[in-house]
Design a binder for this molecule. Structure first.
Ligand code: NOJ
Length: 755
């Protein structure tokens, strides 16, 4: 990996010894005045320069612009670059900043962006996993820590959170988002923005966040990355946009648009989305960065003739900054000259970028992120362990197989992922080191006393070929030579912890798959082990929902442990041995068969919902139509009983919200937490509506035998949706309320809404 200092001239550093970044506060009015005064000094060329973002060191997420490094360096010196990405370390960022500050006419500082997706050095669970905690405070905290670690390395901008709704387990990037639900994803979006940006971007150790990918990227046809998206207006507004609106309202500094086209228009060239909705209706004042080269990619889309044409379309549509695409620097000055792009659009884009730079305090101190800061990595690891165990979802626990008794004499730990210290780090791992996770085997060894004999056998390889960040993995190894040892190890144990799943690079960008079962010979290994020892706890490590129907029917206990990051093995052991009673809930449906994808709980009823007796209903003839494990599902080591729903009235109006109560009792033998979920259904409306939609949740802790009442307030606002009038409105009529521990096992009530 080439470092920035290898490609630009090495300049002397004069970093101050200050250990903490200074807090620089500016009022909104002051910022606007400063932005205007800088803008007033700029030539058109300098303005366009602010709209250009260069990659600093490695060309990993797409084709590079092809520009040589000397040219990049000259452009930095001439003030023709507004931001960089992938420039890592205080020294490297200071070097690049210095090129600008010491040579350019106006000395407008650079921003430095990086994909800090689930941690910087301390790696937290992948976002899909973390969302399974439904713990917004914890998610905010992990973002805060990521900002602390990244900002100590010169980074002041993360390309996170990814808040693309996805309903398709085939899509490799499903691991990077918060799953299938717009309400939950919106809540996560706000928590993440707060975590990265703090209360004020000028505060110490805060970084600008990015709401991405705007929009529709998670709906690529057939789960194929970058693929065409067909979403109608109704789905766009009701399903895709809500998390983005929530992020915009939370003050996210930047948006990133997406590679896909939506109903015929590439997102990067989508005026309605960018100019009309985001900057217009939502009145959002940050800037939109393109995805890597996505402006120029409109040529491949067949939407632009060449880079100049692409620049024209993107700027007129409201894309503010060109990430490593070379289109804006090639085209915008000429396009303004030719009258094809209004200079006021350029001014607006520059204003937005300068605004964020001012808010970050870069004008006051361009090097404020490049100063040495002490980071308490040990404290961060503790937080990582806590959020990791909160993210674990217990899918099955027949006969209370779990938690394991530490007195159990012989435990065999088997499987390709059992001692894997790397896959739990997941994809998009920023500066998380290779092989830096605690493996399951290590975690178990750390947890048990001397009474327990632990044996280990890998059994088989994961079933994927050599890792390469840029190349697809070769999937499906067939080597079974390790089976014999694994079988004998299992046969002589009291219990087997079987650790199966996916390689870190089976999910992530460009990692879509048509098969989502256990790759290679893992399924065969599992079946062989089951023949000699049925006392199996299956631990899954994966970035997407997997097809695990056989295991679900056969194996007594299944723990969905995702890719949990640095502290993975310790967190898993905490759950296996009952130090932590699992409480996670799936943010995404697990299918019975890949053919059900896209699969999601908040589907429409259709005109032919379902009938077991007839074939001519919306179903499959060779498989059930419902999820194997539905959205919101997750067990505990204790049990909870839900009472009936009590409502304060059978009618509600905008002025008289409804109070809805339910009693939940811990009926098991351990204390535990339950995530109580509220869903609503609008029975008749001006457009068809989902069979249920999550509208609230609350986590409660219950001692053994304890009962608590959970109260939700249903307001008119919660009933609004993007309706046939093309407005967010509520409509009168009958609604159903559902409350329960997941999206399937629900108590029901109803009310009438009157205006
Ligand atoms: C492409 C990805 O789609 C985007 O999410 C990421 O932030 C950029 N590359 C930069 O690495």
């Amino acid at each position: 990996m080439k470092k920035i200092h290898a490609i630009i001239a090495l300049l002397a550093l004069s970093l101050t010894a200050s250990a903490q970044k200074t807090e620089i506060k500016s009022s909104v009015q002051q910022v606007e005045t400063k932005v205007d005064s800088v803008l007033g000094l700029m030539t058109l060329e300098e303005k366009v320069g602010q709209l250009v973002q260069y990659n600093g060191s490695w060309d990993l997420t797409g084709p590079a612009s092809g520009m040589d490094n000397k040219q990049k360096e000259d452009n930095l010196k001439n003030g023709r670059v507004g931001a960089m990405l992938n420039v890592l370390s205080p020294e490297a960022t200071a070097e690049a900043q210095r090129l600008v500050m010491e040579n350019s006419r106006l000395k407008i500082p650079l921003m430095f962006g990086y994909d800090v997706i689930h941690g910087y050095k301390t790696i937290f669970p992948v976002p899909l996993a973390e969302t399974a905690s439904w713990d917004l405070e914890a998610m905010e905290k992990s973002a805060r820590i990521s900002a602390v670690e990244a900002s100590a390395e010169g980074i002041n901008w993360t390309f996170s959170p990814m808040i693309d709704i996805s309903r398709d387990a085939r899509w490799g990037r499903i691991m990077e988002g918060s799953g299938e639900d717009p309400y939950l994803t919106s809540k996560v979006a706000v928590a993440k923005v707060k975590g990265y940006q703090g209360d004020d971007l000028s505060g110490a150790q805060t970084i600008a966040a990015t709401a991405k990918h705007f929009a529709g990227y998670g709906f690529g046809e057939a789960g194929r990355d970058y693929n065409t998206v067909h979403i109608g207006e109704n789905e766009l507004h009701n399903t895709i946009l809500p998390p983005f609106k929530a992020a915009a309202e939370a003050g996210v500094a930047t948006f990133m648009n997406s590679f896909n086209d939506i109903d015929g228009t590439p997102a990067t060239g989508h005026k309605v989305l960018q100019r009309d909705v985001l900057k217009g209706d939502w009145n959002w004042d940050g800037f939109i960065v393109s995805d890597w080269g996505s402006i120029a990619e409109m040529i491949e889309h067949g939407f632009a003739e060449d880079k100049i044409h692409a620049a024209q379309i993107a700027m007129n549509a409201g894309s503010d900054m060109d990430m490593e695409g070379g289109a804006y620097e090639a085209g915008l000055v000429k396009l303004v000259g030719d009258g094809k792009v209004k200079e006021e659009f350029i001014d607006d884009a520059v204003r937005r970028i300068l605004r964020v730079k001012f808010k970050l305090g870069l004008f006051e101190d361009p090097y404020r992120y490049s100063k040495p800061v002490t980071v308490d990595f040990d404290a961060h690891r503790e937080v990582a362990r806590d959020i990791a165990r909160k993210s674990i979802v217990l899918l099955k626990n027949e006969n209370n197989t779990l938690p394991l008794n530490k007195e159990r004499k012989k435990i065999a730990v088997i499987g390709p992922l059992a001692d894997d210290k790397d896959s739990p780090i997941g994809n998009w791992r920023a500066q998380g080191e290779t092989n830096s996770a605690v493996s399951v085997l290590e975690g178990i060894r750390n947890a048990v006393g001397k009474n327990v004999e632990i044996s280990y056998a890998k059994g088989a390889d994961l079933g994927v070929g050599e890792r390469n960040f840029l190349l697809p993995l070769e999937i499906n190894k067939t080597d079974t030579s390790g089976f014999e040892k694994a079988i004998s190890t299992a046969a002589s144990a009291d219990l087997v912890v079987m650790v199966l799943g996916e390689d870190a690079f089976q999910s992530g960008e460009g990692r879509s798959q048509v098969n989502i079962g256990l790759a290679g010979v893992q399924q065969e290994l599992l079946e062989k082990i089951y023949e000699v020892n049925q006392n199996i706890v299956l631990v899954l490590i994966n970035g997407r929902p997997l097809e695990i129907s056989w295991a679900s029917e056969t194996i007594p206990a299944i723990v969905e442990a995702w890719q949990l990051g640095t502290e993975s093995g310790n967190a898993i052991a905490d759950v296996l041995f009952g130090k932590y009673n699992p409480s996670g809930k799936l943010p995404v449906s697990f299918p019975r068969a890949v053919g059900q994808e896209p699969l999601y709980y908040n589907q429409k009823n259709t005109g032919r919902p379902f009938s077991a007796e007839h074939v001519t209903y919306s179903a499959y003839t060779d498989e059930r139509r419902d999820a194997l494990y539905p959205f919101g599902f997750g067990l505990s080591y204790t049990s909870f009983e839900f009472g009936e729903i009590e409502i304060s009235s059978e009618e509600m109006t905008a002025n008289a919200p409804l109070e809805v109560k339910i009693k939940v009792k811990n009926t098991g033998d351990l204390k535990g937490s339950e995530i109580v979920q509220l869903y609503l259904r609008d029975m008749v409306a001006s457009t068809t509506r989902p069979v249920k939609e999550l509208k609230g949740f609350e986590t409660i802790q219950l001692e053994v035998g304890e009962e608590k009442e959970v109260i939700f307030t249903i307001t008119e606002k919660m009933l609004r949706f993007y309706n046939a009038n093309r407005k967010w409105e509520s409509e009168e009529g009958k609604f159903e309320i559902y409350i329960g521990p997941n999206s399937r096992d629900l108590k029901k009530a109803e009310f009438l809404f009157k205006k």
